[in-house]
Write a protein that binds this ligand. Structure first.
Ligand SMILES: Cc1cc2nc3c(=O)[nH]c(=O)nc-3n(C[C@H](O)[C@H](O)[C@H](O)COP(=O)(O)OP(=O)(O)OC[C@H]3O[C@@H](n4cnc5c(N)ncnc54)[C@H](O)[C@@H]3O)c2cc1C
Length: 457
């Protein structure tokens, strides 16, 4: 269990946030800004007790300014609420993280979140025009709006994970809902061929909103079957799937997952790497871009599978993250691990992390969130360990995976943030920037009350 705070407060105005921080400052109490708690790096752990500043009651959404194409949203607005509200008026933010049902605008800004469509619409830091925040001094800061001159102060605060300020509001860019979408799936013979296709596509000016390349194991798991939509609740499922199959899994999982080396070697038998692409926007343009991507992929040896794999991905795009509990119920463990790397390093990062983790856990990877300079690698690992050694095994997998990724040229995180889990790795990767970050911390939070320990601060 994470260490709990001493107190939870639910301010509903910026003034109340200021008042809480003023009291905390006087009493030298840690303040832990809290969105929806979906962060996966321990960013909301109250390591020194203190006040959890839950911002979910800051939940107002302003009207869309159709000329400027902006919307103001308070920090506690949930992702799903915002996208539904915008969609009802013909707009979208285009920010759809897998955690959209359980993450907030403030949490996105704090942890540099990326939605599934980031290759086309950008990450949250590309969508934000200005922010309002309460600093660790208790003062309110509103940053100027783009276009402006001089340094961008909003960008100094974005990614600070509650260590400098509590965000209270943001002005965000909106886009009209896409008029059309073009879907396509391809099978490549190797991961390297698929990566080359994505790189060439971006350099040629194509901007799919969804780009996902699955390595052979992940391709096998994604499979060819259409998505299964269940019409019965789990309690009404037949006894076989309700009781017998989970029990079988519980017996078999530790046996099979206890021998990850064997399973990882079997990847060599699988020879397909699947790419899923979605283009969206003006219908004719999406179709043209889809045709250009097809020519390019086929030139690199890909087999076209038509629209089905990408349509299937869209239909089940929020499901997969919620399936992990079954693995834990089966007596095993699973986690995900994401980093980003420039094109010339991506394949090496993939190989090195796989090699490092292969003996300890079963590893899958997909590549997504592509840009001109590179893309993100999203590893999933599943393992089991003898009773009592699970935690040690799990933690050593994290350590060796992160160290292998960094030494092969990856950054620390693409979109899950840093929190406690990757704090040391971040500090090591900052080089001289460490001092600049410490100076910012001392300036914005002179008493060191804001989210102590996170980002290594
Ligand atoms: C199943 C699952 C799927 C996920 N998929 C994605 C994904 O596709 N893309 C992605 O980007 N992330 C994803 N995540 C990670 C997580 O959703 C993001 O990090 C998200 O940005 C966290 O938002 P939150 O509101 O839940 O923040 P929290 O978890 O509450 O907080 C995260 C960090 O931000 C700080 N913080 C929160 N609110 C504020 C604020 N108002 N001001 C200052 N600091 C604040 C906290 O102190 C903490 O350090 C996923 C997580 C899960 C569990």
């Amino acid at each position: 269990m994470p260490p709990p705070p001493d107190l939870v407060v639910w301010p509903s105005t910026e003034e109340e946030v200021q008042a809480v921080i003023a009291v905390a400052r006087r009493r030298k109490l840690p303040v832990i800004p809290y969105g929806a708690g979906s962060g996966v790096c321990g960013g909301t752990w109250a390591t020194h007790g203190g006040v959890a500043l839950d911002l979910k009651r800051l939940d107002r959404i302003g009207p869309v300014d159709a000329t400027a194409r902006t919307v103001d949203a308070e920090a506690g607005v949930m992702g799903e609420t915002l996208e539904r509200r915008l969609a009802s008026e013909g707009w979208q933010l285009g920010h759809t993280p897998s955690s959209i049902y359980m993450s907030t605008v403030g949490g996105w800004l704090a942890a540099r979140s990326a939605g599934q469509l980031s290759s086309r619409w950008g990450k949250i830091e590309d969508m934000v025009l200005s922010v309002r925040a309460v600093l660790g001094t208790g003062e309110r800061l509103e940053t100027p709006e783009r276009p402006f001159s001089g340094p961008d102060v909003a960008q100094l605060l974005i990614g600070s994970e509650g260590t400098l300020c509590a965000f209270t509001r943001a002005r965000l860019r909106v886009f009209p809902l896409p008029e059309g979408r073009a879907f396509h799936g391809y099978d490549f013979k190797t991961v390297a061929d698929g990566l080359e296709a994505i790189r060439v596509m971006f350099r040629a000016g194509l901007r799919p909103s969804v780009v996902r390349l699955y390595d052979p194991f992940d391709t096998a798991i994604v499979g060819d079957k259409p998505p299964h939509v269940s019409t019965t609740s789990p309690s009404q499922a037949p006894a076989l799937s309700r009781e017998l199959l989970p029990a079988l899994f519980r017996v078999l999982a530790p046996q099979t997952l206890g021998r990850p080396g064997l399973m990882n070697r079997a990847t060599h038998l699988l020879r397909k790497s699947r790419l899923v692409l979605v283009f969206e926007g003006e219908a004719a343009r999406a179709a043209d871009e889809d045709a250009a991507a097809r020519t390019l992929c086929q030139r690199l040896g890909a087999v076209s599978l038509g629209p089905q794999p990408a349509e299937k991905w869209l239909a089940s795009r929020y499901d997969v993250s919620y399936r992990m509990s079954k693995v834990f119920e089966g007596g095993a463990f699973a986690d995900t691990f994401e980093v980003a790397a420039p094109w010339e390093r991506v394949y090496e990062v993939y190989q090195k992390v796989r090699e490092a983790v292969a003996a300890h856990a079963f590893v899958l990877c997909h590549f997504s969130h592509a840009y001109l300079e590179g893309c993100s690698l999203y590893f999933s690992f599943v393992g089991a360990a003898p009773l009592g050694q699970e935690r040690e095994r799990y933690e050593s997998i994290w350590r060796i995976a992160l160290s292998a990724a960094q030494s092969a040229g990856a950054n620390v995180s693409h979109h899950h943030g840093v929190g406690l889990l990757k704090a040391r790795a971040l500090q090591e990767s900052l080089g001289e920037g460490r001092h600049a970050l410490k100076m910012l911390k001392d300036f914005f939070d002179p008493d060191g009350i804001m989210n102590p320990g996170k980002l290594g601060l």
